[in-house]
Every structure is written in structure tokens, then in C-alpha cells.
Ligand binder design. Structure first.
Ligand code: GLN
Length: 472
């Protein structure tokens, strides 16, 4: 039993009680976390108390869920995988998504490891723990929500929430063989999510089924006066999209996503997934998204620019780290940031500050904004031709640990298939579509991605549901 739906059915039938369910998951934490490193912390006593009082009449009553460690939960640590927040910061409030999960009856029981401040694709930039892929402990789980993915893939929780700025839900989901969904920009409140790049960030679910992802989005979606970017539009009933099938849908395969750099074994699996949809009545259409080649460069200007501004709040005065070596205010800023931030975060702050600085702003930042508009326009045009777009989630299977330690560009480039959905604000899902042989006696999971027009989150569930149960 590994889905929310199955656990809920068992709870309601009386085959299982909420405390037993929580205890089983806590036992799995103790057994698996020392090797997987998926969780930074968990609150066993509180989870047991909450389980004992679980209200099964609620949609997530008694179901254990884990949060990425950049989502605030009252009274708990929220480290963002950083030394900066490791000591001295406890969340003074619940994020809106945390509150909604609790109101729906969920047991919020642990905090998942992540790349520091969500910057990375391997969870190797965490300053606090090492997370490995549950399918092959010599390989990365993906990132930045690598802990959120590994915790679900290894059965330590039924589901988790992550955040996705350039692929951080979908890429680790693909690498760990589970479902990961980035909602449309504005669909979910980010109040209480520690901001990385505010024009790109979204919170979303990582689960063992498309149905579970739809269930969680249903609960966390919706307008929130505390996040001015959350949209005041009705939330449809996503469960209805799961059984609609794909007959009559036009699905675009962008040629730039099936080009040089894509592992041939992945291409084969993704094309097989597309062929399955075709057999079920969808029409496959080759489409053109020519600005795709500029997406990585655009993202790695805009995201660091926004990060350099968002992270200025970590100044040694207000949150977490404060240097004991400092003499005076300026020295406190300088030394606290020097001691608290890891190398990737410093690299991003430097990059971001550079592209925003006078003399370079127009050459980099303004130009990147223009390319972002082009990318958005190309998607709008594509969606006049097709209902949705299907691509690989990643160009390669999960790589070995530490392979990119001296080459950050290697991981930046591997974000090529996921970041456009963020730049254009589109909903996107990654669903497992098979595995490839690692050559070391392990099978490495592969994901297929579906993107749809803004606010058509229902459509990514509709298509995703047909991709998962595939006998190919
Ligand atoms: N890998 C991308 C980065 O390093 C995306 C991270 C994310 O989505 N949070 O910025």
C-alpha cells in the first residue's frame, strides 16, 4: 500500500488505524533514513499525537505527509538545507499549504532534505545531509526536492510537497520513479515558502500516483490574500479529469526536446509513452519551440537575479546565522553571509548581483526578460495547434554522486526540459515511463513530462493518468 488513496480506503474500512499507519512510517524512517538521508528532521511525538486524534472524515484524515524543508510549519525548523538557518530559526507560523494540509486532516510528519535554498539539481548542495537515490545508492535522487522524492520512493511517507523553480519537483520525481507535479504559476499560495525566484516558484506534490497528485493539488490550490500572486479563480474538481482518457486530444512533441543530448534509451521510452496515447486515440503532432535553446541561459540569468534580491534578507540580523567574529553592522552582514551560505548559493548571488548591476542590466537582465517573453509566446502559439505537450523530463538518467562537483554547468544544462514551464508559468507533470539499465545491476527510473496551457492543470492530470498504467 503506497498511495494516499489506498491508505485512505484502508483507514475508512477499519483495516488500519491512523496511529498504526504513522508508526509504520516512523519505523521506516528509522530503518531507511540513515542510508537514504531523505529527511533532515521529523517530529515523531507530534505525529503520534496528531494520529491519535486524526479525523478520518476529512479528505487526508490520518495520512502522513512530508514537507520540503523550505516550507514553514509552526514551531518546527525550516533550514532550507542551509547552515544559515540551521541554528536559531524556528518557523513562527504555518505556510498556507501547511495549514491547508492540516485542515484536511493530514499528519505533517517530517522535513525533507533539499539543495541549499533550492539551488541545484542533485540535492548535493545541501549543507546538512546527503541524500541518495533509493533505486541506486551510488546515484543522485535529483533536486532540489531530492529529499521529498526519495522519502516517497522509499516508502517513508505516502506523499510530500516540494517546490519547483526550474524543475525541482519534476526532475527528482523522474529520477526516483514517482509522480511530481508543478502547478500553474499562481495556482498555489507561496505564503510561507522561503522564496528563491519569485516569478518562477511554485509548490506542488510528489506522490506515487497521478490520482494522489490531483488529490493534493485540490487541497493546496486556491486564492490566498497572503500571496498577491495567487490567482482568484475557481479550482476545478481535478478528480474528474483522471478518467476522461485522451481520445481526440492533440499532443505536441517539440522537435527541440528530441534532439542532440537526449539519451537514446530515454527517447525510446518517451516515444513509446507517446505511442500509447496515440493508440488510445490521441493525435501526435510535431511542433516547433525554437527558443528552447535559449531557455537555460535565460533561466540562469533571471533566477539568480531574483535570488540575489530574495536572499538579501539573510543578513545576520533577522534570521538564523549571526557571525560571532563580526565587528559592527557591515562586518556582521559580511561575515554572517560568508559563514552561512554554501558555494552554490554564493555563486548564484554573485551572478544575480552582476546581471542586475549598472552597465550590465540591459545586456543581461533586460535581454533575458525579452527572451522569456519570446518563450511564452512560442508556447501560446503551440497551444493554438495542440492541447498539450509531451517531452522527456530529463535528458539523462540520474547521474553518479559527485560527478559534477567541479562542473556546475553540467547540471545547469540538464535542466533544459523543465525550466521552460517555469519561464512560461505552465502546469507540468512528470510520470514514470519505465527504466534503463545502469550497467551496475540497478534499474534507473525515467520520467515523461506533460505540459499544458496556463491553468489547465486538469489536462496534465488527464494525460498523466493515461501514461502511468501503461502496458507498453
Ligand atoms: N536546478 C534548477 C536550479 O538549480 C532548478 C531548481 C529549482 O527548481 N528549485 O536552479
Amino acid at each position: 500500500m503506497n498511495t494516499l488513496t489506498q491508505a485512505r480506503t484502508a483507514l475508512l474500512a477499519g483495516d488500519l488505524d491512523a496511529l498504526t499507519l504513522v508508526n509504520e512510517h516512523l519505523a521506516r524512517f528509522d530503518e531507511q533514513n540513515p542510508t537514504t538521508g531523505a529527511l533532515i528532521s521529523y517530529q515523531a511525538d507530534k505525529a503520534r499525537t496528531d494520529a491519535a486524534e486524526a479525523d478520518l472524515s476529512k479528505p487526508l484524515g490520518g495520512l502522513p505527509i512530508v514537507l520540503k524543508d523550505n516550507i514553514n510549519a509552526l514551531g518546527e525548523p525550516c533550514t532550507c538545507g542551509s547552515k544559515f538557518l540551521q541554528n536559531g530559526y524556528t518557523a513562527p507560523y504555518d505556510a498556507t499549504v501547511t495549514r491547508k494540509l492540516r485542515e484536511a486532516g493530514a499528519i505533517v510528519m517530517g522535513r525533507a532534505n533539499m539543495d541549499e535554498f533550492a539551488m541545484g539539481s542533485a540535492t548535493e548542495n545541501s549543507a546538512l545531509a546527503n541524500t541518495v537515490n533509493p533505486h541506486d545508492s551510488n546515484r543522485i535522487p535529483g533536486g532540489s526536492s531530492g529529499g521529498s522524492a526519495a522519502v516517497v520512493a522509499s516508502g517513508m511517507a505516502l506523499a510530500s510537497l516540494g517546490s519547483d523553480t526550474g524543475g525541482s519537483i519534476r526532475q527528482p520525481a523522474a529520477h526516483c520513479g514517482i509522480v511530481g507535479m508543478k502547478p500553474s504559476y499562481g495556482r498555489v499560495s507561496r505564503y510561507g515558502l522561503v522564496a528563491f525566484a519569485s516569478s518562477l516558484d511554485q509548490i506542488g506534490p510528489l506522490t506515487n500516483s497521478v490520482e494522489d497528485a490531483a488529490t493534493l493539488l485540490q487541497i493546496i490550490a486556491g486564492h490566498d490574500p497572503l500571496d498577491s500572486t495567487s490567482l482568484d479563480v475557481p479550482v476545478p474538481d481535478y478528480s474528474q479529469s483522471l478518467t476522461k482518457g485522451v481520445a481526440g486530444l492533440k499532443i505536441g512533441l517539440p522537435k527541440q526536446y528530441f534532439a542532440e543530448g537526449l539519451d537514446p534509451a530515454i527517447e525510446e521510452l518517451v516515444r513509446a509513452a507517446a505511442a500509447k496515447l496515440e493508440r488510445e486515440g490521441a493525435e501526435l503532432v510535431e511542433i516547433d519551440l525554437p527558443s528552447t535553446e535559449a531557455a537555460v541561459a535565460t533561466y540562469y540569468i533571471l533566477a539568480p537575479a531574483e535570488a540575489s534580491s530574495n536572499l538579501s534578507r539573510f543578513d545576520g540580523i533577522r534570521y538564523g546565522q549571526r557571525s560571532s567574529q563580526a565587528d559592527g553592522i557591515i562586518d556582521t552582514y559580511r561575515k554572517s553571509r560568508e559563514e552561512g551560505f554554501g558555494p552554490e548559493v554564493k555563486r548564484r548571488i554573485l551572478l544575480g548581483t552582476y546581471v542586475l548591476s549598472s552597465g550590465y542590466y540591459d545586456a543581461y537582465y533586460t535581454r533575458a526578460q525579452k527572451v522569456r517573453t519570446l518563450i511564452q509566446r512560442e508556447f501560446s502559439q503551440a497551444f493554438e495547434q495542440v492541447d498539450a505537450i509531451l517531452t522527456p523530463t530529463t535528458p539523462t538518467p540520474p547521474r553518479k554522486l559527485h560527478e559534477a562537483d567541479n562542473d556546475p554547468l553540467q547540471d545547469y544544462l540538464a535542466d533544459v526540459y523543465t525550466i521552460s514551464a517555469n519561464l512560461a508559468g505552465l502546469p507540468a507533470i512528470s510520470v514514470p515511463c519505465g527504466s534503463v539499465d545502469s550497467g551496475d545491476d540497478t534499474q534507473l527510473p525515467i520520467g515523461v513530462q506533460v505540459m499544458a496551457p496556463h491553468l489547465r492543470d486538469d489536462l496534465v492530470f488527464q494525460i498523466g493518468a493515461r501514461l502511468e498504467n501503461s502496458e507498453r
